[in-house]
Write a protein that binds this ligand. Structure first.
Ligand code: DQA
Length: 145
């Protein structure tokens, strides 16, 4: 089974970006871990990151057409993008929302809203990059792998 891991804005700087919040694993390292975790669970995982919202929308639209499960960390777009809400609403295979930190426990009010969660089969937050492993294992279990 194919699965996509889609990461939104600023996550390309993982490891260097506020490591006290997001940890020291780089995006390249995260991508490699996701491919390994996926392979161990029987999934063929492709990892992508973008700082351009329209690109993420195009990827989600293609995933809907192709019936591909998605692990999504939409980063800040999570908290305000109605276009992201609509793109997630039309997905046909399971969607798992991931956040490295726990947005609902953070002081900024804007992080307490998610436009993804209502469409997600599961939300995994506050587990660091290990949340991606849990998300991929969930998707593999759903796919009966
Ligand atoms: C994040 C949490 C968001 O609030 C933030 O905008 C991010 C990363 C996380 O993984 O913890 O960029 O999605």
């Amino acid at each position: 089974t194919k699965a996509l891991v889609l990461n939104g804005p600023n996550l390309g700087r993982l490891g260097r970006r506020q490591p006290e919040i997001y940890g020291h694993t780089t995006h390249d390292e995260l991508a490699e871990l996701c491919r390994q975790w996926g392979a161990a669970a029987g999934l063929d995982v492709e990892v992508r990151q973008t700082n351009h919202e329209g690109e993420l929308l195009d990827w989600l639209n293609a995933a809907a057409d192709d019936g591909i499960p998605v692990v999504l960390n939409a980063a800040a777009w999570t908290h305000y993008s109605l276009a992201l809400h609509d793109a997630c609403a039309q997905l046909t295979a399971p969607l798992v929302e991931v956040h490295i930190s726990e947005p609902k426990q953070r002081p900024e009010e804007f992080r307490h809203t998610s436009y993804v969660e209502q469409h997600a089969a599961r939300t995994i937050s506050g587990q660091g990059v290990d949340g991606y492993r849990l998300a991929l294992e969930f998707i593999a279990a759903q796919a009966g792998q």
